[in-house]
Design a protein around this ligand. Structure first.
Ligand code: AHZ
Length: 311
């Protein structure tokens, strides 16, 4: 199924307004002050249902064969998606996020505080995406975004605007698709998905089989161990693709951030691991509330993925 493309025009504030038979787009200014005679255009409920479901099922169909699947839309996954979609507009990138709201831990800076700290040189990523920050000058070793939500919402809006990216949120990766290679080693060949609400009820409902997405490259950024975190690397251990996990170590900002960025790599054929999930493989320290390594690990994960396609 294909979704007919609608003509879009840019509104006065750069918002895209569908024209749909209208000769000129309505403006907010023209509505102001005349709310008594205001009415929406009439609609039948099924039009709304079809407008949503037709697109969703078309996306499921299109992305059943993806080029890259990113597991987890936290700060690392979103950064990877941004760089990859920008560098390779020819690749289909599916992001699978277990939560309803993408962003992972990056809606707040640390504890429940608003500001987000990034150590230099990760300020380069903020400039790339267009997020404003405070900088105390050349000698300062970090910059501050006034609210973590500004970082996450800006990055998310950029990622979602790429035509080659689809975000499947409220959808959990429940397993990895694998192939055994001639030498006996395992190649990751896709992901097994389910609605997260279904994933959470396998214990009390019988047999709710999943769906699948095939892709030659998976980037896993599911965060450190927790109710959902470190998903792919734990699965690699249980399928004996890697021996054991190093286990995340105590907090050391200096050691942790460099280690996560440098260590972002393809750890099993077809599976690149980045962000805090990597600390569980490598036994790296945690860095706590500073996000530069998440952004730059995403940059490196995208670079590793591009390398695989160029081989
Ligand atoms: O919902 C999870 C979150 O949005 C999602 N996720 C986890 N398992 C999943 C699965 N299927 C689909 N099986 C899944 N989605 O992955 C996202 C992980 O985001 P995160 O913010 O937890 O991880 P990150 O590595 O991008 O950023 C880590 C941020 C941290 S933790 C930390 C510390 O503890 O010291 N410091 C920083 C900067």
């Amino acid at each position: 199924p294909t979704v007919p493309s609608k003509k879009l025009v840019l509104g006065p504030h750069n918002s895209a307004l569908p024209v749909g038979g209208q000769t000129k787009p309505e403006t907010i200014e023209a509505m102001a002050g005349d709310w008594q005679s205001f009415t929406f255009r009439p609609i039948r409920e099924s039009q709304v249902s079809r407008a949503m479901t037709r697109r969703y099922f078309s996306d499921l169909d299109k992305y059943a064969e993806s080029d890259v699947v990113i597991i987890g839309a936290g700060s690392c996954g979103l950064s990877a998606a941004y760089c990859l979609a920008k560098a390779r507009p020819d690749l289909k990138v599916a992001i699978v996020e277990a939560g309803v709201s993408p962003g992972g831990g990056a809606w707040l800076g640390g504890q429940l505080f608003s500001a987000m700290v990034m150590r230099k040189p990760a300020d380069a990523f903020l400039r790339e995406v267009g997020v404003e920050y405070e900088d105390d000058g050349e000698d300062s070793n970090y910059v501050v975004v006034k609210h973590a939500a500004l970082f996450t919402s800006t990055l998310l809006s950029k990622v979602l605007q790429f035509p080659n990216v689809k975000l499947f949120n409220a959808t959990a990766v429940e397993d990895l698709i694998t192939r055994t290679r001639d030498d006996g080693s395992i190649q990751i060949a896709g992901v097994v998905t389910n609605w997260t609400l279904v994933t959470m009820h396998h214990d009390d409902q019988s047999c709710m089989d999943p769906n699948t997405i095939n892709a030659p490259v998976i980037i896993s950024t599911t965060g450190h161990d927790g109710p959902f975190g470190a998903f792919s690397v734990k699965r690699l251990v249980s399928m004996q693709a890697i021996k054991c996990l190093g286990g995340m170590r105590g907090l050391d900002m200096n050691t942790a951030e460099d280690a996560i960025v440098k260590g972002t790599r393809e750890i099993t054929p077809g599976l690149i691991v980045g962000g805090m999930e990597l600390s569980e493989v490598d036994g790296a320290n945690r860095m706590g509330p500073t996000f530069g390594a998440m952004a730059l690990s995403g940059v490196k994960a995208a670079e590793e993925a591009v390398k695989i396609f160029e081989q």
